[in-house]
Design a protein around this ligand. Structure first.
Ligand code: SF4
Length: 490
């Protein structure tokens, strides 16, 4: 077990997540001691201590040629740098993303790009300031440039995107933390859910009539667990209530091959869906069995070919690095099979286990060195394979609880990048979300005090969340609509 004792709760978050990246399977407890003499004290499992007091913070400052008075933000930064340095000395490891614990490292690159920096100034600065590896610094810069090209095509003031959530799946995968339910458990409520969803969509459409809808993303869950006729009703409702005049992309996640039929694909095609996702996660049968996918590798291949036959020319595939029991060779084999299929984009996730998942960290390899080695090897292989398929990195985000602090990267052919994925990362355009657990994010014209913030922080991003539980969403749909209505469009 690891203990963190902090003088101020402001210091806990980053220190906790750095420690979690160095020691993924250790339990970490943190507590506050306002009267402690150190800003932070870390007690490692083998008894080693990392005290961070004024002397240590001063050391970092001297290295930085900047030993002046320290503001809170700067103090936090110096504490992070000091602890990071000590952890690299103690473990002999470094983290690819250094001290960064946030989920959107490319935002930093984007900001610098907007300030007029170039790659030659950004890469060494990012490596020094945030202890990021050379490879990740270059990747961040490359992605920020691609994101910017795509964002330039959008109207962030008048435009918006629509998210539609279908919270049912053929079975629940063991690593899943979404509020998705197995279809068999919910089959008697799917119609009620659909009715509630259609009501919410009609409301959003009516309120947004004078806005420009740029992208639609239907995810979940697995939207294709709906029957062909249910899908048809849902897509017809969207056709009738939203204009396509400014629409650049319309994605439906047909994620699970065991939910895909030719009839459903034809419904999607008839409603002019432009992009679909068929997600193997792994092409190793032993892994699919372990993670509760309940479909075969053969079904993935069949569904993919069927989608091509129906006419889809923009198909994404998702895979996950670090699934239980998988080796780098397994990943290489998965990638060879994906290369044979030639998807238009490939999203490579690093396995993250969240609290809501059935799988726990203890179900995975316990050796942090081995996890880190395997994951970085898999990520490297995936990047190589993507390059070989002429798919280029276009978006990146990190999740909490990823061993070794790795990331998820989307690769795509030049004109096949998922615009919605970038919008989610960059938070520059409003996303109006419908369905259970769906989270609406409205970019406001002026900053407002963040609701619930004790420190009166200001924000320009207003979040309005729908309830997660499927039953509660159905029963409280009018309340969900009313809550959204308060913010559409201020
Ligand atoms: S298909 Fe996706 S949403 Fe559904 S259970 Fe599996 S991981 Fe969760």
């Amino acid at each position: 077990m690891i203990q963190i004792i902090c003088k101020s709760e402001n210091y806990t978050y980053n220190v906790y997540h750095m420690l979690k990246a160095f020691y993924p399977s250790e339990e970490i407890l943190s507590k506050m001691e306002e009267k402690a003499s150190n800003y932070v004290m870390v007690l490692l499992p083998d008894g080693e201590k990392i005290p961070v007091g004024p002397g240590e913070v001063q050391n970092v400052a001297e290295d930085m040629d900047d030993a002046g008075s320290i503001e809170e933000k700067e103090m936090k930064y110096r504490i992070d740098v000091y602890i990071y340095r000590r952890l690299t000395e103690i473990t002999g490891q470094s983290l690819a993303w250094g001290i960064l614990t946030g989920v959107r490292p490319t935002k930093i690159a984007m900001k610098k790009l907007e300030e007029g920096w170039n790659q030659e100034t950004f890469v060494p600065w990012f490596m020094d300031e945030c202890k990021v590896s050379h490879q990740k610094a270059r990747l961040s810069w490359e992605i920020a440039n691609r994101e910017r090209e795509l964002l330039d095509r959008l109207d962030c003031e008048e435009g918006y995107s629509l998210y539609v959530g279908i919270p049912f799946c053929p079975s629940v995968c063991t690593y899943c933390s979404f509020s998705s339910g197995a279809l068999a458990d919910w089959k008697d409520r799917v119609e009620d859910y659909l009715e509630a969803l259609l009501k919410e969509l009609r409301f959003i459409g009516e309120r947004s009539a004078d806005r420009k809808l740029n992208t639609i993303y239907m995810g979940g869950g697995t939207p294709t667990t709906l029957t062909a006729s249910q899908l048809d009703r849902l897509l017809t409702c969207i056709d009738e209530n939203f204009s396509r005049e400014y629409l650049l992309e319309y994605t439906v996640e047909a994620g699970r091959p065991d939910s895909i039929t030719r009839e459903k694909l034809e419904v999607l095609k008839r409603h002019e869906i432009t992009r679909i996702s068929i997600n193997p996660q792994s092409m190793q049968q032993k892994t699919l069995d372990v993670i509760g996918r309940r479909h075969s590798v053969g079904e993935i291949v069949t569904a993919y070919h069927m989608a091509r036959e129906v006419g889809f020319d923009n198909i994404n595939m998702d895979i996950i690095a670090g699934l239980p029991g998988e080796t780098i060779e397994d990943m290489q084999n998965t990638l060879r099979q994906i290369e044979d299929l030639k998807p238009d984009s490939l999203t490579v996730h690093s396995l993250a286990i969240k609290r809501a998942a059935k799988m726990e960290l203890k179900d995975l390899d316990q050796d942090p060195d081995r996890i880190s080695h395997t994951l970085s090897g898999m990520i490297r292989e995936a990047a190589k394979a993507a390059e070989g398929m002429e798919l280029f990195p276009y978006y990146l985000y990190r999740q909490k609880n990823i061993a070794g602090n790795f990331e998820n990267v989307g690769y795509a052919k030049v004109d096949k990048a998922g615009i919605y994925n970038i919008l989610i990362m960059e938070e520059k355009q409003s996303i109006i979300a419908a369905g259970a657990g769906a989270s609406t994010k409205i970019v406001l014209k002026e900053p407002i005090p963040m609701p619930g913030s004790k420190k009166k922080k200001m924000t320009r991003l207003m979040r309005v969340e729908n309830v997660k539980a499927i039953d509660a969403y159905i029963n409280r749909i009018d309340e969900m609509i009313e809550r959204k209505g308060e913010w559409l469009w201020r």
